[in-house]
Design a protein around this ligand. Structure first.
Ligand code: SF4
Ligand code: F3S
Ligand code: ZN
Length: 103
């Protein structure tokens, strides 16, 4: 599962689609965590798609990640600022790849 303390345990190494990327990143096999308020661990995501389908405000957008061992698509939190903290995505992800800091 995604580490809920990732902002303390990882370093911000990049930006993507207006959000932070938390390393380590070693493309294409290791992609890190995308987003901060809505964070998706790309190294855990296996492209189930429940988050993309169920988010009521369309926070997630598919991006292609060719060569990643888990899946060649990831749910990118492209619109994390729109999140209304419903926690649905956290509940539906089968591999607990998502952390939402509703704090
Ligand atoms: Fe979307 Fe709710 Fe997840 Fe926020 S917590 S990204 S609004 S499903
Ligand atoms: Fe990935 Fe979980 Fe969404 S596997 S596509 S973050 S439901
Ligand atoms: Zn991203």
């Amino acid at each position: 599962a995604i580490d809920p303390q990732f902002t303390e345990n990882r370093e911000q190494v990049d930006e993507h689609n207006g959000h932070s990327v938390w390393g380590p990143v070693d493309e294409p096999e290791e992609l890190g965590i995308h987003g901060t308020h809505v964070a998706v661990d790309f190294d855990i995501c296996l492209a189930d798609g429940a988050c993309v389908e169920d988010c009521p405000v369309d926070v997630f957008e598919w991006i292609d990640t060719p060569g990643h061992p888990e899946s060649e698509e990831k749910a990118d939190p492209a619109n994390e600022a729109q999140c209304i903290d419903c926690m649905l995505c956290v509940d539906v992800c089968p591999v607990d790849a998502i952390d939402v800091d509703a704090g």
